[in-house]
Design a protein around this ligand. Sequence first.
Ligand code: CAO
Length: 392
Amino acid sequence: MASFEARFQGLPAIAGLKVSRLLAQPGDGVGADQPLLLVESDALSLELPAGCTGRVKSLHVQAGDAVQPNALFAIIDEDASVEITAAPVPVQAPAVSAPAQPAVCDAALLPHATPSMRQRAREMGVPVAGLATSPAAAAAPSRGGLDVLPWPKVDHARFGPVQRQPRSRVQKISAANLHRNWVVIPHVTNQDLADITELEAFRRRLNQAPAIEGASSPTKVTLLAFLVKAAVAALKAYPQFNASLDGDDLVLKQYYHIGFAADTPHGLMVPVIVDADRKSVLEIAAEVATLAASAREGRLKPAQMSGGCFSISSLGGIGSTSFTPIINAPEVAILGVCPSSWQPRCDGQAVVPRLMLPLSLSWDHRVVDGAAAARFLGHIARLLADVQLLQE
Ligand code: CAO
C-alpha cells in the first residue's frame, strides 16, 4: 500500500501562520478533499485537505505548531476503498472563512496575489485560484470595483489612555463573514408588527401547565420556538426564500433547517435546528436551549452550524425596537425580532391594548423583490397572530 506524504507546500508566506486545529486523527478514513488541519494567522483561516483518499497513518504536527514550508504534517496510507470516518466537511460553516486549497499544490499554478488581494479574496469568498492573472487585467483601471479607502491608521494613545484587547477566534471569523455578506449582498430591510397577544397568552399557559401539551421535560418555551415554526410555514409558502444563489441559478431547498443567532462570550454564533418542519414547538424549544448552551460553553461543532436555510436573530430578551440583521450567506433572508410591547390599537370601534412584536426582515434584492418580501413578512406576522394557523 502506497504512503502519501502531506506537506505544507504552496501556501502563501504569511507571518504567524500556525496549526490551530487537527480535523482528523490517526486511524481515520479520509477523502482527498477532506480537511486534515486548520491553519490560521491573524488574517487567514485555511483548511488543508488530505490530498488523497486513504487512512491517516500519522500526524506530525499539533495545535499551536508554526507552519514550516515543506514540512511533513501527515502520512496517509492510500486506499481508494477506505470507509470515510473523519467528520465530514461542513456544507457551510460560518466558522471557516477561506476556501480549501490542496495540501500539496504547486505555487506556480496559483495566480500571483498580494496579501491584500488574498485578504480581499477571502472576504469576498472568491478562491485565489479564480483570480485574473494577466498583467493587463491587473493593470486595468478599476471600473465598478470597491475602491474603498484604506482603514485609518491612528495612534489612539495620542488622544488618551487606551487598552488593547485581542479578539477571539470566533469574533475574527464572524467579522470576516459578516463583512463579506454585507459588502456582497444588496440588503433591504422591511419592518412589520405582529399582534402576539393571543400567542403570548398561549405560551404562558404552555409554560405553566406543560402536561396539557404532553411535554415530558420542563423546558421553557420562549417565543423563539414559535418564530421558528412561523418561519418554516412562510418558507413553504414562499419557496424563493428557502433558496441560495449558485452562479446564475437559484438552488431551491426541499428541507427546512433554521439557524438562530446566539450571543456567546466568545462572539456571535449561529446554531442550526435541522428539519424544523418535523419538530413540535416543545421539541424546538428544547433544541434551542441545548444548542444555545453548547454555543455559550464553546462546545458547538461546525456541523451544528451548517446547512441553514434561513436565520432568526432575536433581540427579544435584550432590547431595541428594530434593526437590520445581516443575511447569513448563502441564505437569502434573515428575520430580526425585537422585544414585544403593549400598544394601543384600534379594532375599528375602540382602542384596545395589544401585545405587538416588531419584526425586521433583511432580504437579498438579487433574489427577492420588495413585493415578495412584504408578503413573506406579512405572512409571518399573520401566523404569529393566530395560534391555530401556526399549529397547522
Ligand atoms: N419580546 C419580549 N420578551 C421576549 C422576546 C420578545 N420578542 N423574546 C424573548 N423574550 C423573553 C423571554 O420570554 C424570556 O423571558 P422570561 O424569562 O420572562 O420568559 C427572556 O426574554 C429571555 O429569553 P432568552 O433570550 O433567554 O431566550 P430566547 O429563546 O428568546 O433566545 C437566544 C435565545 C439564544 C436567541 C438568545 O439568548 C440570544 O442569544 N439572543 C441574542 C441574539 C443576538 O445576539 N442577535 C443579534 C445578532 S446580530 O449581531
